[in-house]
Write a protein that binds this ligand. Sequence first.
Ligand code: MLT
Length: 263
Amino acid sequence: MHRISILGPKGHSFSVVTAGEGPVVFLLHGFPLDHRLWESQLSSLSSEYRIVCPEFRGFGATPISEDETYSLGDLADDVELLRRHLAANERITLVGLSMGGYVALEYWSRYAEHLSGLVLTNTKPNADDAAAKQGRLAMADEVLRTNRNDVVRGMLDKLLPTDVARDTRVQAERMMLDTSPRAIAVAQRAMAGRRDFTEQLDEIDIPTLVLTGEMDQLAPVDSTRDWAAHIPGARFVSIGQCGHLSPLERPQEFNAALTQFLN
Ligand code: MLT
C-alpha cells in the first residue's frame, strides 16, 4: 500500500492511497472521512485488483486552500483527472459511499464511458430537502465561526449502531476529528447544493450494485431497495447488523458482496 500525490492543472494536489495490481477499482470515501474508511478493502482486495482510494479536497492528506469552494461535480472532475493519471486506457469500477456515492453519480453523468461498473453504497440519489440543506449550511457556518470541528462528533450516533465494536467507533471518530473545519464547511455546502439523480436512475446502463446496512439511518434499507429497483438490472444487497459505514463495520460481508460483483 502506498500514498501518491498527483498534481492537477490548477495547482491542486491530490492524495491517493493505492495497493495491488489488476482491474482498477476506485473507492470514494464518505463525509467527514478519508481513505482509512477503506483499510480492509486496501488490504484484502489488492491481491486481485488495483485499489485506488482518492482523498477529496480537504480530507486526509489532500489540501484545500483558504478561499476554495467546490461542487460535487468538481469532485467528479477530480476523480476523472486521477483516472487519466492512473488508469488512462482502462475502464474502472467506481465505488462510492454516501458523499462518495453522490460524487460517483456525478461521475457517471459526466464520464459513463470510462466505467465498467458502479457501486453505490450507503448512499442515496436524491437532493436534500429544505430542512436538510438548512442543517448543513448551519453546520458549515458554525465550524467556520468557531474554527472547531468537534460538532461532527454528534454525527457518530447516526453513522454507527449503538452496539458497534469499540475499535470501529474509535477509528471513525478519529477520521472525523482529523478533518478540518474548512473541509467540513466546504463539503457541507457542496452537498447542500447537490443535484438530484432520482429521475435519471433508469438511464444507468452499466452493471450496478447497490448496498446498504440494515441499521443505516441515513440510507435506510427500505428506501434504498426502492430506488435501486429503478436502475436496470442493479443488484441490491443489505448487510445485517450494520449501520452507515459498511466497509468499516462489516468488512467481510462488504468485501464478499463487492468481490462477487467484480467477478
Ligand atoms: C456521508 O457519510 O458521506 C454523509 O453522511 C453524507 C451526508 O451527509 O449526506
